[in-house]
Design a protein around this ligand. Structure first.
Ligand code: F3S
Length: 428
């Protein structure tokens, strides 16, 4: 791998042992990928908040505990390193818990203190605690062509596609190293030639609602796995919510990191431009039958109609989605044998407080949470056996991770399920 003089100096220790370890990691990683060089980035989103499990794994306390944790899990180094403040604009993605609701997540005092200490360490080192899978909702909005280093598949596909920024799906170690060096290997979606469409999707059915977009994404992720679809036949202009649900679904049933919707997303005005004159590897038709297949797959784990938990906010909800839940509740209360949890970035939760939506949710017996989600934090209410959600991604992962039954439907069907305690839905 070719390094610049500045990068060579970093690798040789000119900026300290931690930066040298970070450069060593990036060079090893880049060479494994076949990258010729690194590219500068000043926008890194990673996950460096550690809970009590990590502290226990280290087997000790001490003033340098979090330096050791960062070296071990964010830099893949066994050395004790003195970690400097980050060099790049860096943000924390989602974390292990919402520190304001430990009781809902069955987290004890040790876990709460471990997360508080870890967050304080990140803050001291200049990592911004956005603590969401949707940083693009709360201030980190990269521009077209900007080289980024982001984790979290739903965020990666959103900024690549909708914003035209450039990132591969990075990991904790590569983002940890990028935070200290402002570098990431130049390969994959950082390069023009890897951003062209590989698959043509001909949509022959109306794709309008959030559920429609989730189903389309879920079907395409399974159908094309790692390809880049260009989607033709969309008659309306999808908003942020629809595109975040679409990308999250495609990145969970498959590994889609970039898609093009001509006239909507950043890099293709037409199908021809997305393909750049090449023939697609395959043409996929999406009609009512394919939509039905996706719907049935997402509901395949549902059997018992008694719903214990309704989860809204995967990816984290917008303020308007929170308002919609309040409107759908329409003064009704959550059933005594069910739960309604809505997840949103903490900054949006503050707006929900100011707008009175948080009060509305509390009055209904629902909970508004931030900083984490059930799939990442691995928590559900005690005795929970059946969940319902309006998110194809959460319906895909949560039953698999937690061994639950799952239902997928519209936001209205989910809110009704929380109020009635039972699942009633109409298939598309
Ligand atoms: Fe976000 Fe958790 Fe869904 S990280 S995208 S709410 S699975």
């Amino acid at each position: 791998m070719q390094l610049t003089d500045e990068e060579r100096a970093m690798a040789d220790g000119a900026q300290g042992a931690a930066v040298a370890a970070a450069m060593d990691l990036l060079v090893r990683y880049g060479e494994a990928l076949g990258a010729d060089r690194l590219v500068e980035t000043n926008n890194v989103c990673g996950a460096n908040v550690f809970g009590s499990r990590h502290v226990r794994l280290l087997g000790r306390g001490g003033a340098d505990l979090h330096d050791t944790a960062f070296a071990r899990w964010s830099l893949d180094s066994d050395e004790d390193l003195d970690i400097p403040p980050v060099a790049a604009y860096s943000c924390q993605l989602i974390g292990p818990m919402d520190i304001e609701h430990p009781e809902l997540q069955h987290k004890d005092a040790d876990e709460l203190q471990a997360v508080l200490d870890s967050e304080a360490y990140s803050a001291r080192h200049g990592i911004h605690l956005l603590s969401t899978c949707t940083p693009y909702q709360v201030g980190n909005v990269p521009v077209r062509g900007e080289h980024c280093a982001w984790m979290e598949s739903s965020a990666v596909v959103y900024i690549n596609s909708v914003l035209g920024a450039r990132t591969n799906t990075e990991g904790r170690e590569s983002t940890g190293a990028a935070m200290l060096t402002r570098r990431i290997p130049l390969y994959g979606l950082h390069l023009d030639e890897h951003r062209l469409a590989t698959h043509l999707v001909e949509v022959g059915v109306e794709v309008e609602t959030v559920r429609d977009w989730g189903l389309l994404g879920y079907f395409l992720g399974e159908a094309i796995a790692e390809g880049i679809p260009v989607i033709d036949g969309i008659a309306t202009t999808p908003d942020l919510v629809r595109l975040k649900h679409f990308g999250a679904a495609a990145a969970s049933s498959g590994d889609v990191e970039l898609y093009h919707v001509p006239g909507v997303t950043a890099e293709a005005r037409t199908v021809e431009e997305a393909l750049a004159g090449r023939s697609p590897a395959a043409t996929i038709r999406y009609g009512a039958a394919e939509r039905r297949v996706a719907y049935e797959r997402l509901n395949a784990k549902g059997d018992d109609r008694h719903v214990d938990l309704v989860m809204i906010g995967c990816p984290h909800a917008t303020i308007d989605q929170i308002r919609q839940v309040c409107t759908l509740l329409d003064g009704r209360k959550v059933h005594t044998e069910s739960n309604l949890w809505v997840f949103t970035p903490r900054a949006i939760r503050e707006v929900a407080e100011r707008n009175g939506y948080a009060d509305t949710l509390r009055a209904a017996g629902a909970h508004l949470l931030s900083d984490t989600c059930p799939a990442i934090g691995q928590f559900v209410p005690p005795g929970c056996r059946v969940i319902a959600t309006d998110s194809a991604k959460q319906a895909h992962y949560l039953p698999a991770i937690m061994g639950l039954q799952g239902w997928f439907g519209t936001t209205a069907e989910c809110v009704d399920a929380a109020v009635n305690g039972t699942w009633e839905a109409t298939a598309p």
